[in-house]
Design a protein around this ligand. Structure first.
Ligand SMILES: [Zn+2]
Ligand SMILES: [Zn+2]
Length: 135
């Protein structure tokens, strides 16, 4: 049996796939329900309103969105911060600017090891990042 401290509340618990203790899992589920219910009433809500009205942190809401549990498609104003610079985005992990910069960095790194030409690789890298951002 593997024991660890819950990263959320610090309590000792038996390690599981949820990455936090059972009482936090329950907490998060309740937060999820609160968010979904609020969004059902207020389709135009943005993440700040949602966070203030439900008491759920923007970080946690971002997580729900990235996990695909909260759909931004149904909520036109729902955006979350880019992991790098904090600009509000609707898909992937980062904004276009940061993604372009990362793609450039990837191209640079690839060129150093001498793989193909920068252009075609750039396309592929871009698509790969895009894909990973959605999962
Ligand atoms: Zn906990
Ligand atoms: Zn960014």
């Amino acid at each position: 049996m593997n024991l660890g401290n819950c990263p959320r509340c610090g309590k000792l618990y038996v390690l599981n796939v949820m990455e936090c203790c059972p009482s936090c899992v329950k907490d998060i589920e309740q937060q999820y329900v609160d968010c979904v219910e609020y969004l059902r009433k207020e389709r135009g809500a943005n993440i700040q309103e949602l966070s203030e009205e439900t008491g759920v942190s923007i970080k946690q809401i971002t997580r729900f969105i990235k996990e695909g549990r909260i759909s931004v498609v149904d909520s036109p104003n729902l955006t979350y911060p880019c992991e790098v610079c904090g600009t509000f985005i609707r898909e992937g992990h980062m904004c276009d600017g940061c993604r372009a910069r990362l793609t450039k960095d990837l191209n640079g790194a690839a060129r150093e090891v001498g793989q193909g030409d920068g252009r075609s690789l750039g396309e592929g890298a871009y698509r790969a990042i895009d894909k990973s951002g959605r999962s």
